[in-house]
Design a protein around this ligand. Structure first.
Ligand SMILES: NC(=O)c1ccc[n+]([C@@H]2O[C@H](COP(=O)([O-])OP(=O)(O)OC[C@H]3O[C@@H](n4cnc5c(N)ncnc54)[C@H](O)[C@@H]3O)[C@@H](O)[C@H]2O)c1
Length: 591
C-alpha cells in the first residue's frame, strides 16, 4: 500500500504542533512547519530541538534518529509553503475565527486533493470545514499531550468527510505508531466527552462540600485505579481549558451535567487556573510545579478520639464478608464470622483459608502469618454470639429489608457502645440506623471488592452518627492499613456517584452509534491511562449491578442526565449481564 501523506505541513508549532511535527518527521516524512512570525518560528525551532535533545538524553531515541528527524523539518512563516503538502495539520490556538480564517486561506493555497486536518479539542470540525470549498477533505486529528508519549489519536469525521479520507488519516496515524479511534464531530469527541462530564461532577461534589479535595481524589485513585484524582487532573489540564470544553459540550448537549460547575468559573475569574498559575483546586510550590503544598494529611483535622475496638463481628458469608474478615484477622483482631447457619459460616471460613493459601503461594504471606490469622477467626451460626464484640460490620445481601431486620436483631444483642457498620454500596445507611434504638452508633464502612486488595474504604456518616463513631471507623481503617475517605449518606457515596454516570455516558455514546465498544475502551485507556475501558469494566462489574446503581443515583438526584441508558436496560432484560453470564457488551464465550 502507498504510504499516506508523504509530505505534511504543520501550522502552529506550540505545545501540540511541535510534538506532532516531531512525530511525523520520525515516521520519515518531510515536515513543513509554519508559524505566525519570525519570533515564534525561532521559538518553535528551539522547542523542537530541545524536545528531541531531551528524548536522546532519556534514551527514547538515538542521536542519529534525532538528526534524521530534524533534517526533515523546516520551519517558516509563509503559509504558501503548505501548497507542497499532501496533508496539512493545523495546531493554532483554540479560537474558531482564527481556525476558520486559516482554513479558508489553506483552501486557496493548497491543491484540491490536499487533506486539511484540524487539531481542535472542542470546536466544531464541521464549522471549520465549512470555511473551505472542500469539506469532504477536511477532518479532525486530535492528538493528546504530550504527543510523544500518548498513543491515542481521535480521527474525527464530519457528515461531509469522505470515508477514504478518514481511512487514510487512520493509516497515517498508525504509521506514526499511534492508535487511531474513529469519532464523529461532537464537542469533546470520545475521550473528553466522557472525561469532562466526570471532572465536572467531581468539581460540583467538592463545591457542595460533600467530601474534601483529598478524599475525592483518593477515592477515585484507590477505588477505580485511576492514575490521578479528578481535582488534581483539573489542575493539570487547566481550569480555564476545562471550563471552555464544558461550555462547548453544554452548548451541544444542553445536559445540565455538562454545565460548568460554578466553582470552575470562580477559579478562572480569580486567576486560579491550576498548576500553570501555581494554584487551582490545590496550591503548588510554584507556577508550573506539580508539587502541591497545602494538602492536609488524612485525619489531620482535630477530632474526638474513637472508641476502643478489639474484637470484631462480621455478618455474612459471601465475597465481601469473607474479604473483610480477612482484612481484620490479618491485622490481628479476633473476628467472629457470623452467618445464618453454622454450615454457611464454616464454608466462609474455608473460603478464607483458601484465599490466605493463595497469598502464601504468591509469597505475600508466611505460613505462620496465615495460621495466626486463621486462628483469630471463629465461625458462628447465630448472631447471638456477637453480644460482646466492639464493632460489627454487616455484609449481607444488598436488600434494605434484609439489612433492616439484621440491624434490629443486632440492636437487641450487641452490647451498648459497640459500633454497628454496614458495607452497603447503594442503600441509605440512615435506614439501617433507624432500625435500631441507637442510630448514633451506626455508620457505613464501604469496602471495595476484593476487600483484602483494595485500599479504599468510604466511611459514611449519617446525620445521626456520633462523632466518636466516625472517629472509630477512621482509626480502625488506618490501623488495618486501609485508606479511609469521609462522606455523607447519599446515593453512590463518592466513587459510585462519579463512576457510574461516566459508565452510563459511555453506554449512551454507543447507543447513539457515536463510536464502537472497542474504540471507546481504547480511547479511555490510551487517552486517560485508565486501567480498563468503560465496557470492560461494565462487563466485570455486571450489567445488572450497574443498572441498579444507576437507578439509585437517578432516583436520588432526579437529574435527567443520570437516567440509565435504555441500551443497558435492554441488555439486562436480555440476560446479558457481563462476564458472569458469558455475554455483556462483549461476547466472552466466543473469545
Ligand atoms: N495543549 C493540549 O493539551 C492540547 C491537547 C490536544 C489538542 N489541543 C489543541 O491543539 C491546538 C493547539 O494547541 P496548543 O496547546 O499547541 O497551543 P499553543 O498556544 O501551545 O500553540 C499554538 C501555536 O500556534 C501559533 N500560531 C498562532 N496563530 C498562528 C497562525 N495564524 N499561523 C501559524 N501559527 C500560528 C502560535 O505562535 C503558537 O506557537 C488547539 O486547537 C488545542 O485545543 C491541545
Amino acid at each position: 500500500m502507498k504510504r499516506p501523506f508523504p509530505t505534511v505541513a504543520v501550522v502552529g508549532l506550540g505545545t501540540m504542533g511541535a510534538g506532532v511535527a516531531v512525530a511525523v518527521a520520525q515516521s520519515g516524512r518531510r515536515v513543513i512547519g509554519i508559524e505566525a512570525n519570525e519570533d515564534s518560528a525561532a521559538r518553535a525551532l528551539a522547542r523542537i530541538e530541545e524536545a528531541t535533545a531531551h528524548a536522546v538524553a532519556r534514551e527514547r531515541i538515538t542521536a542519529e534518529d534525532r538528526a534524521a528527524a530534524l533534517a526533515l523539518i523546516t520551519v517558516g512563516t509563509s503559509l504558501e509553503a503548505a501548497a507542497e503538502a499532501d496533508l496539512v495539520i493545523e495546531e493554532v490556538p483554540e479560537q474558531l475565527e482564527l481556525k476558520r480564517e486559516l482554513f479558508a486561506e489553506l483552501d486557496r493555497i493548497c491543491p484540491p486533493q490536499t487533506v486539511l486536518a484540524t487539531g481542535t479539542t472542542a470546536l466544531s470540525v464541521t464549522r471549520i470545514a465549512a470555511a473551505t470549498a472542500r469539506p469532504e477533505r477536511v477532518l479532525g486529528l486530535h492528538f493528546f499531550n504530550p504527543v510523544h508519549t500518548m498513543k491515542l489519536v481521535e480521527v474525527v469525521r464530519t457528515v461531509l468527510t469522505a470515508p477514504q479520507v478518514a481511512v487514510d488519516a487512520s493509516a497515517f496515524a498508525r504509521d506514526l505508531g499511534k492508535e487511531p479511534v474513529a469519532a464523529g464531530d461532537r464537542a469533546g469527541f470520545v475521550v473528553n466527552g466522557l472525561l469532562f462530564a466526570y471532572l465536572n461532577q467531581a468539581a460540583a461534589m467538592y463545591e457542595s462540600r460533600y467530601a474534601t479535595r483529598e478524599d475525592i481524589d483518593a477515592a477515585m485513585r484507590l477505588g477505580c485505579g485511576l492514575p490521578m484524582g479528578p481535582l488534581a487532573l483539573l489542575d493539570l489540564i487547566g481550569v480555564d481549558t476545562a471550563r471552555t470544553v464544558l461550555e462547548a459540550m453544554y452548548e451541544q448537549s444542553r445536559d445540565r451535567l455538562h454545565a460548568p460547575a460554578p466553582i470552575l468559573g470562580q477559579l478562572v475569574a480569580a486567576g486560579l487556573l491550576g498548576r500553570k498559575s501555581g494554584r487551582g483546586f490545590y496550591t503548588y510550590e510554584a507556577p508550573g510545579s506539580s508539587r502541591a503544598v497545602d494538602t492536609a494529611a488524612a485525619g489531620a483535622t482535630a477530632r474526638v478520639p474513637g472508641r476502643t475496638v478489639r474484637s470484631i463481628g462480621v455478618c455474612g458469608s459471601g465475597t465481601m464478608a469473607t474479604g473483610i474478615v480477612e482484612v481484620f484477622a490479618k491485622a490481628g483482631h479476633p473476628v467472629l464470622l457470623a452467618a445464618r447457619s453454622q454450615e454457611k459460616a464454616d464454608r466462609a471460613k474455608a473460603q478464607l483459608a483458601k484465599s490466605l493459601d493463595r497469598s502464601v503461594a504468591k509469597g505475600r504471606l508466611t505460613e505462620a502469618q496465615r495460621d495466626a490469622a486463621l486462628a483469630l477467626v471463629t465461625p458462628v451460626g447465630q448472631y447471638g454470639e456477637l453480644a460482646q464484640v466492639d464493632l460489627v460490620v454487616e455484609a449481607v445481601a444488598e436488600d434494605l429489608a434484609v439489612k433492616q431486620e439484621l440491624f434490629a436483631t443486632l440492636d437487641k444483642i450487641v452490647k451498648p457502645g459497640a459500633v454497628l457498620a454496614t458495607t452497603t454500596s447503594s442503600l441509605p445507611v440512615i435506614s439501617c440506623a433507624a432500625a435500631t434504638s441507637r442510630p448514633q452508633d451506626v455508620i457505613g464502612m464501604h469496602f471495595f471488592n476484593p476487600a483484602p486488595a483494595m485500599k479504599l474504604v468510604e466511611v459514611v456518616s449519617t446525620v445521626l452518627t456520633a462523632p466518636d463513631v466516625t472517629a472509630t471507623a477512621l482509626e480502625l481503617c488506618a490501623e488495618v492499613r486501609k485508606h479511609p475517605v469521609e462522606c455523607g449518606d447519599r446515593a453512590g457515596f463518592i466513587v459510585n456517584a462519579l463512576l457510574f454516570p461516566y459508565l452510563n455516558d459511555a453506554v449512551r455514546m454507543l447507543q447513539e452509534h457515536y463510536a464502537t465498544v472497542d474504540d471507546i475502551d481504547t480511547a479511555m485507556k490510551l487517552g486517560c491511562g485508565y486501567p480498563m475501558g468503560p465496557f470492560e469494566l461494565l462487563d466485570v462489574v455486571g450489567l445488572d449491578v450497574s443498572l441498579t446503581i444507576e437507578q439509585v443515583l437517578h432516583q436520588e438526584f432526579r437529574e435527567p442526565g443520570l437516567a440509565a441508558a435504555p441500551l443497558l436496560e435492554h441488555l439486562v432484560a436480555a440476560g446479558c449481564l457481563g462476564r458472569k453470564t458469558g455475554r455483556g457488551f462483549r461476547d466472552h464465550a466466543r473469545r
